[in-house]
Write a protein that binds this ligand. Structure first.
Ligand SMILES: Cc1cc2nc3c(=O)[nH]c(=O)nc-3n(C[C@H](O)[C@H](O)[C@H](O)COP(=O)(O)OP(=O)(O)OC[C@H]3O[C@@H](n4cnc5c(N)ncnc54)[C@H](O)[C@@H]3O)c2cc1C
Length: 159
């Protein structure tokens, strides 16, 4: 069987290695950093671990995988961990918090289509706040709740 050399141990290189190994190729991954993972790797923050614990992991930025991602989650479903598979560590999100420069801040959007009247109201309120003609809540129609009113839980992403 041929041996494949992969330059770079980020998500791209490691995913390619994963696919090739599943097809019985020998794979050598060459990574110039001391750690694998590239831009997606966690980086321990020196001095953040107290009480004998390891330093806390930091990220390049926030991490989210939208529901339309298919390949990444498929790959993660084939990466074993101590307790199952990597994909099981993802947490479904039901709401998204957005900020608008120069307009209303902390807009809360549902992540899925509404299935109840409360969820429909929450979606309408978000759309009004996001794209409405003004940033002033006093102009919001009475049938839409106040900005920080309780939002109902919205439907979880289908598995
Ligand atoms: C701040 C931030 C937030 C992000 N948030 C998200 C998110 O929420 N959701 C999402 O899906 N994606 C997100 N991304 C994007 C995602 O992290 C990247 O698309 C992905 O990690 C890129 O993987 P890659 O393997 O293509 O490249 P890289 O991660 O750049 O990996 C390339 C690797 O190749 C190595 N390399 C380069 N040259 C050589 C060489 N000559 N020899 C050996 N090794 C070499 C590098 O050291 C590196 O490890 C984010 C990215 C950033 C920066």
């Amino acid at each position: 069987m041929a041996t494949v050399a992969i330059l770079g141990g980020g998500v791209g290189g490691l995913s390619a290695a994963h696919e090739l190994i599943e097809r019985d190729y020998e794979v050598d991954v060459y990574e110039r950093n001391a750690e694998l993972g590239g831009k997606a790797r966690s980086i321990p923050v020196a001095g953040s671990g107290v009480g004998g614990r390891a330093d806390l992991p930091a990220e390049h930025g926030f991490r989210f995988f939208p529901g339309f991602y298919r390949h990444l989650t498929d790959t993660m479903s084939r990466i074993p961990t101590d307790s199952g598979f990597a994909v099981e560590h993802l947490t479904p999100a039901t709401q998204i918090l957005l900020a608008q420069s120069g307009r209303r801040n902390e807009l809360i959007a549902p992540t899925d289509l509404p299935t109840t009247p409360d969820e429909l109201t929450a979606l309408m309120r978000f759309l009004w706040d996001f794209a409405g003609p003004t940033a002033h809540s006093a102009d919001r129609p009475d049938f839409l709740p106040a900005p920080h009113a309780h939002l109902p839980a919205v439907v979880r992403r289908a598995p």
